[in-house]
Design a protein around this ligand. Structure first.
Ligand code: ATP
Length: 247
């Protein structure tokens, strides 16, 4: 049986008194490609913020490998060191080359010297298919390549798992499909656990083996499971959402 990486228990996500989602209970298993899905504004990014330590839950708990993530600040910092994040848009520094972008977390969190940092940056760029682009600036490469570079930066500190917020947003279908291939490759070759926020159906069906579906109206999750299974046997609202562009 796969071990649980993240266990979310009876979680309520809120901004002040404004409840966004409540009673969320689900698990992300080791080597899952887990998608947080749902209609616009249902709270996908807000849930991600709770899982990344940026938004304190109003109620409930999040466990990383059985450890209470919000229980203690020191514990949370240690857990965060094992997480790589690519924010929406890739969020690269435009005034820095790709290698320099990847160097940022390495300079901040390791004792490596400049030469070693450059070697790691080169290796990480190679892992996402960007060998030879070390000295390019973000404005000199395509949108799909920028996303890849964002993923390379998320991988810089050899995380156990990676969060990707809307990775294929703004990409054409071909670049988006290539990014999906890269995501599958990271799971298969590096054994990573990957959590993705997306509403791109093609990506959901291409990469996810597990997912949770958040409902904006009832402010809770309506389903958890493999998207292909949910398409066949999920609640009506979820099937409708998954059939939207699939058919
Ligand atoms: N900082 C904030 N303060 C108050 N409300 C917020 C804040 N950030 C987001 N919200 C609200 O929370 C709700 C959920 O937003 P969120 O961005 O998490 O949804 P989403 O599912 O990721 O949306 P989308 O698919 O459009 O990106 C929205 O009603 C939004 O207006």
């Amino acid at each position: 049986m796969q071990a649980s990486f993240i266990d979310v228990k009876n979680l309520t996500v809120a901004y002040g008194s404004k409840i966004i989602q409540q009673n969320l209970t689900f698990s992300v298993k080791e080597k899952d490609i887990f998608v947080i899905m749902g209609g616009s504004g249902c709270g996908k990014s807000s849930l991600l913020r709770v899982l990344m330590g940026l938004l304190k839950p109003c109620a409930g708990q999040v466990f990383y490998r059985g450890v209470d993530f919000w229980g203690n600040e020191k514990v949370q910092q240690d857990i965060l060191r094992s997480i790589g994040v690519m924010f929406q848009g890739g969020a690269l520094w435009t005034s820095r080359t790709l290698a320099e972008n990847i160097a940022i977390p390495l300079e901040q969190f390791t004792n490596l010297n400049a030469r070693q940092i450059y070697e790691v940056a080169r290796y990480k760029l190679a892992q996402v298919g960007l060998s030879g682009f070390e000295e390019y600036y973000p404005s000199e490469i395509s949108g799909g390549m920028r996303k890849r570079a964002g993923i390379a930066r998320a991988l810089a500190l050899d995380p156990d798992f990676v969060f990707l917020d809307e990775p294929s947003a703004g990409l054409d279908p071909v670049s988006s499909a290539r990014l999906d291939e890269l995501i599958l490759q990271l799971r298969d070759s590096l054994g990573m656990t990957i959590i993705i926020v997306t509403h791109e159906l093609a990506s959901i069906f291409a990469v996810a083996n597990n997912a949770v579906w958040l409902d904006a109206q009832s402010k809770t999750m309506l389903a958890e499971g493999n998207p292909h299974e949910l398409l066949k046997h999920g609640p009506e609202a979820v099937r409708k959402f998954l059939k939207r562009e699939a058919g």
